[in-house]
Design a protein around this ligand. Structure first.
Ligand code: NAP
Length: 505
């Protein structure tokens, strides 16, 4: 378990108190340097109005703060406020102020020694932290993560500290700044760290700070402990992914002590070392790693081999990693569902919904199109692939033994219209975009646009207006996520022991 420490960033005490009431954190850090000068001295009364322990911080500009006064003024202010009942005072690594340290002891405050590096993770980090531990009760480092290797160093340092703590076992706070550092903010409890800092909603107090509601509700960061099982999604970029919103509520529903989080990855070998250190059980894979990941796998499913891409990795025995692809299943499930519903309305006989021999057009020949083509050919459709870059359409069609044509040849044949049109390009994500503006729907087609953001594309609007049945990309996203989730939950049960999954069914 760790503490969620809210950084109080408002310029008035009233607004900061309001944040304390609204967010009810476990702890809070008052940033004196962000308070308006007229309010700074009045902050002495804040601890008496707060029900949680407070850290008193006046961050200098060179350490990433906003303090513009002199060093003497800062010392005087901290000296005065220390009598207010704060739990900690934050002093920088190199700040040699015997007077402040003595005053803190006298007033019963603990000293938090902190180190900030906006350039990267220092090579001698462990040594510096151990030196800081001699001058403080709590040691903190906030370090810019320039890539996966820096994040790995942070996790390795936290693990080494736990394995071989300095004398007195001072507590540690270790945070990676920037997008690559985000897992360190979520996994503080898993790493046995004292707290993780967070911001009020709509504020980013430091690069990569998550807001408290996201940390608490989506990632349940305050509840994670050493036993928590880690799952995630790797990619670059990946922070926009909606997958945590699919998997974390599922983990909660099953009573799993687990978390699913995004890992921005720029180097797969570093990620795999991290996966071993954190005992990551499984992860989703997104752009640009769906193909490159294959060289790290011990086993691949038939679908991975058919599509040539992997979107799900599960931990196997020992150090093995098994690759799967849930896109085929994710694509087919909503399509079959809609065909089944239509068939039952028409009182058609039961059986496999009628994809067999359907005349289908696939627009696009990118990564997602491979799963779509594999699914449609496997289901017996008569498929033609249309793509802007005709060479890619040809290559994909050759792989799946179907027809192909350049995109501008996709026209409606009034005598023999398509039964199914699948749109798999990224054209449509922006307002008004349409990959085939010249294509007039006959009204007979089922349009399946796999774009999920926005949920309704221009092409979908046009198809609807022509009287077509229309399916968007969100059900596919959920169905492929559901297939991944089942794999993750199965692995969790195996690794944590079924009886530990409280309320699991
Ligand atoms: P990708 O590998 O980059 O492929 C992009 C495809 O879009 C290519 O065929 C490309 O044609 C085509 N394209 C791009 N701009 C175009 C334009 N202006 N006009 C016509 N064609 C254009 O991307 P991807 O991974 O396949 O993803 C494509 C879309 O599918 C994205 O919107 C993604 O979010 C969505 N998707 C949804 C799900 C889901 O679960 N619903 C799953 C996966 C992907 P060229 O070859 O000519 O460049």
């Amino acid at each position: 378990m760790t503490r969620l420490c809210l950084t109080l960033t408002r310029d008035t005490l009233k607004a900061n108190l309001e944040d304390l009431r609204t967010y009810a954190p476990d702890m809070a850090e008052l940033r004196l340097d962000l308070l308006s000068p007229a309010e700074q001295r009045k902050a002495v009364s804040l601890p008496s109005q707060s029900s949680v322990p407070l850290i008193l911080t006046c961050r200098r500009r060179e350490d990433g703060g906003a303090w513009t006064g002199s060093a003497l003024e800062r010392e005087k202010l901290l000296w005065e406020l220390m009598e207010g009942g704060f739990a900690f005072v934050d002093l920088e690594e190199g700040e040699d102020s015997p007077l402040l340290a003595a005053r803190a002891r006298e007033q019963g405050l603990k000293i938090l020694r902190s180190l900030h590096d906006f350039e990267g993770v220092p090579v001698n980090l462990d040594e510096r932290l151990r030196n800081m531990a001699r001058k403080g009760d709590l040691v903190k480092a906030a370090l810019m993560c320039r890539g996966s290797a820096d994040l790995l160093r942070i996790f390795e340092t936290a693990a080494a500290w736990k394995e071989n703590p300095p004398s007195g076992s001072p507590q540690l706070i270790l945070l990676g700044m920037g997008p690559f550092g985000i897992p360190s903010r979520i996994l503080a409890g898993k790493m046995g760290l004292y707290l993780t800092f967070c911001s009020p909603e709509g504020v980013e107090a430091a690069p990569g700070h998550l807001d408290i509601n996201t940390l608490r509700s989506l990632y349940r960061a305050g509840e994670l402990d050493r036993e928590s099982k880690v799952f995630g999604i790797i990619g670059n970029p990946v922070l926009h992914s909606r997958s945590p919103e699919i998997h974390n509520p599922g983990f909660l529903r099953l009573g799993m002590n687990g978390v699913y989080l995004p890992f921005s990855v720029d180097d797969l070998p570093s990620f795999f070392k991290m996966a071993e250190l954190l005992d990551i059980q499984g992860f989703s894979v997104t752009v640009p790693y769906k193909e490159e990941i294959r060289s790290f796998l011990t086993e691949e499913s038939r679908d991975v081999r058919a599509i040539g891409a992997c979107n799900t990795v599960l931990k196997g025995e020992g150090k093995s990693w098994q690759g799967f692809n849930t896109d085929i299943q994710g694509f087919l499930e909503p399509l079959k569902q809609i065909l089944k519903e239509e068939a039952s309305q028409e009182n058609a006989p039961d059986g496999e919904p009628g994809l067999k021999n359907m005349k289908a057009a696939l627009i696009g020949a990118g990564g997602a199109a491979r799963a779509v083509a594999a699914a449609l050919v496997k289901s017996g459709c008569a498929l033609t692939i249309f793509n802007r870059n005709a060479h890619r359409a040809k290559a994909l069609a050759e792989q799946f033994s179907c027809l192909w044509a350049p995109l501008d040849e996709l026209v409606q044949n009034p005598k023999d219209p398509f039964d199914l049109v699948v749109q798999s390009t990224s054209c449509g994500m922006k307002p008004g975009e349409d990959p085939v503006p010249g294509y007039d729907f006959s009204g007979r087609e089922l349009l399946y646009d796999i774009i999920y953001s926005p949920p309704e594309t221009r092409l979908m609007e046009r198809a609807r207006a022509a009287g077509c049945r229309v399916l968007g990309g969100l059900p596919m996203l959920h169905a492929q996520g559901q297939a991944q989730f089942e794999g993750f939950a199965r692995l969790y049960r195996k690794s944590a022991g079924f009886d530990k999954a409280k309320g699991a069914s």
